[in-house]
Design a protein around this ligand. Structure first.
Ligand SMILES: *[C@@H]1O[C@H](CO)[C@@H](O)[C@H](O)[C@H]1NC(C)=O
Ligand SMILES: *[C@@H]1O[C@H](CO)[C@@H](O)[C@H](O)[C@H]1NC(C)=O
Ligand SMILES: *[C@@H]1O[C@H](CO)[C@@H](O)[C@H](O)[C@H]1NC(C)=O
Ligand SMILES: *[C@@H]1O[C@H](CO)[C@@H](O)[C@H](O)[C@H]1NC(C)=O
Ligand SMILES: *[C@@H]1O[C@H](CO)[C@@H](O)[C@H](O)[C@H]1NC(C)=O
Ligand SMILES: *[C@@H]1O[C@H](CO)[C@@H](O)[C@H](O)[C@H]1NC(C)=O
Ligand SMILES: *[C@@H]1O[C@H](CO)[C@@H](O)[C@H](O)[C@H]1NC(C)=O
Ligand SMILES: *[C@@H]1O[C@H](CO)[C@@H](O)[C@H](O)[C@H]1NC(C)=O
Length: 274
């Protein structure tokens, strides 16, 4: 896969196989936007268009004007060359009667995005894999064929304090993905807040999730999300998120994962700026 000069100069350790699947690299992406809480510690940049931006453009199964969509992509693609995740929850493959229309819209959106991002940039859909009926896997395959620089971004959000139930959900969506296509990177979305009430997870639960993610050989890393949506993290939450214990726990985990102080990495894939 082609990697851009900007990426090569920005990240000294990123080589041309940077985004290849097969477990060579274990990337942890920082997709958080809490106040003053850039995670750092070897995390990689990522771009994301939230559902609250996509939803008004596609609501009711409408194809938006190309320029309206491209303008949203330009606004949100703040790290050129790094993966772009599109969150359009109106366009899932959950219903045979809308699947053809949704495939048409999703294909157009990713094609228009490709026209304004860096050549060869990975584009993938948040949550779509976990919201595709088995009878519609071919629709997902067609979507991939339409833009082959692709990756999967399933949700690995937390609904309860039950770690095995979180783990089972992740096992299930990874299995779905392998059935759809077993050659592309899988980067699940994690979030240090509960999906049901938006409080921060107990730090031990968060640490356990990080360990289970690292132990897997069937994913290529994961994304940490948070703070991009005021509906789930208001100003008070945004401003205090960095004082919650998840941040220190995450940095401690990353330091060990990537051997940041010892030079003894457990997995490679740290982003290191020169
Ligand atoms: C599928 O979509 C059709 C048409 O919009 C709707 O009538 C039907 O209720 C939907 N089925 C499900 C299971 O959501
Ligand atoms: C992807 O789909 C869009 C929308 O239908 C189409 O314009 C484009 O040519 C397709 N690209 C490929 C590579 O199939
Ligand atoms: C939020 O939800 C979690 C998981 O169900 C629960 O353990 C926790 O007590 C809830 N917190 C509040 C403040 O409701
Ligand atoms: C999580 O799932 C994996 C299979 O991928 C299994 O080996 C492991 O025992 C499970 N762990 C927990 C805590 O449920
Ligand atoms: C936790 O989830 C697992 C897997 O879904 C289930 O078997 C178990 O009963 C749950 N434990 C509790 C305490 O609810
Ligand atoms: C912000 O959200 C928290 C819960 O996450 C709530 O307790 C608080 O009242 C909210 N503050 C404002 C100003 O809405
Ligand atoms: C964030 O950092 C800026 C610059 O250091 C500081 O002025 C601001 O008070 C900080 N905000 C919070 C909520 O910590
Ligand atoms: C951060 O976590 C490490 C490892 O658990 C611990 O030793 C350290 O005291 C923590 N620091 C803070 C400021 O909580």
């Amino acid at each position: 896969m082609q990697v851009l000069p900007i990426l090569l100069t920005a990240a000294a350790t990123v080589c041309s196989s940077a985004w290849a699947s097969s477990g060579a690299q274990f990337r942890v992406f920082d997709n958080t936007a809490y106040v003053n809480t850039t995670i750092g510690y070897g995390t990689t940049n990522i771009n994301w268009i939230p559902n609250y931006v996509c939803h008004p453009l596609v609501q009711g199964g409408v194809l938006p004007a190309a320029e309206a969509w491209k303008s949203a992509v330009r606004e949100w693609n703040i790290y050129p060359g790094y993966p772009l995740v599109l969150d359009c929850e109106d366009l899932y493959f959950k219903n045979a009667s809308t699947a053809d229309l949704n495939l048409h819209i999703l294909s157009a959106l990713q094609t228009w995005a490709d026209e304004v991002v860096s050549p060869g940039q990975i584009i993938g859909w948040y949550g779509l894999s976990g919201n595709t009926l088995p009878t519609l896997y071919d629709h997902y395959r067609s979507l991939i064929a339409n833009h082959s620089a692709h990756a999967f971004f399933p949700s690995a959000y937390t609904f309860t304090s039950n770690l095995s139930s979180w783990n089972s959900s992740l096992n299930s969506v990874v299995q779905t993905i392998k059935t759809i296509d077993d050659s592309l990177p899988i980067w699940p979305y994690t979030w240090p807040q509960y999906h049901n009430n938006y409080t921060f997870l107990p730090v031990d639960l968060w640490k356990s999730e990080l360990q289970l993610l690292q132990a897997r050989r069937d994913i290529d890393g994961f994304v940490i999300w948070g703070g991009k949506n005021h509906a789930v993290c208001n100003d008070t939450c945004q401003a205090t998120a960095g004082q919650q214990p998840w941040l220190n726990a995450t940095r401690t985990y990353l330091a060990t994962l990537y051997g940041l102080y010892t030079g003894q990495a457990e997995r490679s894939g740290a982003q290191v700026f020169s």
